[in-house]
Design a protein around this ligand. Structure first.
Ligand code: GLN
Length: 193
């Protein structure tokens, strides 16, 4: 199993460390030739979605990655990564990959003081730590989207087919349950292939 991590901007190193800790082979996607190798799963990290969205086009990564996601490649998208997946942004006409039928509100907790830590239930995983940094949340989800977690009545974790989208940053806490959930999704996708 090999996991690719989008590494054009943002918090990608932290995901790499978690995967290394779990003994999973991973590599960084920085340029289009990085997409020539095979991989089984993709991580879209936190960072700045506007910048990442632009770089996806400038670096010629967008079309290939979008096709892979549409074709069922398992994806773990955290924070800005969730914004990249959203079919719709609540206060904005921008659409990046648009592969997850949810409406996402950027900087939903405010830009400056919007960072906080909590612990909450995630479906199938029990209570897990959740670190939010200028985080978005999902304010609308199509019925076929599975809600994984809510905090204060807002959706902060969801799954659609093989795409897992989170408002928070599981790579910043010790608990590896989310990454294991992602790895199980990859295993199931490989078995089904
Ligand atoms: N506020 C950022 C954005 O809108 C996301 C923040 C994050 O990824 N930690 O892109």
């Amino acid at each position: 199993m090999k996991v690719a991590i989008l590494a054009v901007q943002g918090a990608f190193i932290e995901h790499e460390k978690v995967l290394q800790q779990l003994g999973v082979d991973c590599f960084e996607i920085r340029k289009s030739s990085d997409l020539e190798q095979d991989f089984d799963g993709l991580i879209l990290p936190g960072g700045e979605s506007t910048v990442m969205g632009k770089l996806l086009h400038t670096l010629n990564l967008y079309d290939t990655l979008k096709k892979k996601i549409q074709d069922g490649m398992p994806v773990l998208a955290t924070c800005a990564g969730l914004i990249l997946l959203a079919e719709h942004l609540t206060d904005d006409d921008t659409v990046h990959f648009g592969t997850m039928p949810v409406s996402v509100k950027r900087n939903a907790y405010g830009r400056q003081i919007g960072s906080f830590y909590t612990e909450a239930e995630c479906k199938g995983l029990g209570t897990i730590p959740m670190t939010f940094i200028r985080a978005p949340y999902i304010d609308k989800a199509s019925p076929e989207v599975e809600i994984l977690a809510t905090v204060d009545g807002h959706i902060v974790g969801a799954r659609y087919q093989n795409q897992i989208g989170l408002s928070f940053h599981p790579e910043l806490d010790e608990n590896t349950a989310i990454h294991q959930l992602f790895l199980n999704t990859i295993k199931k996708a490989k078995q089904a292939a």
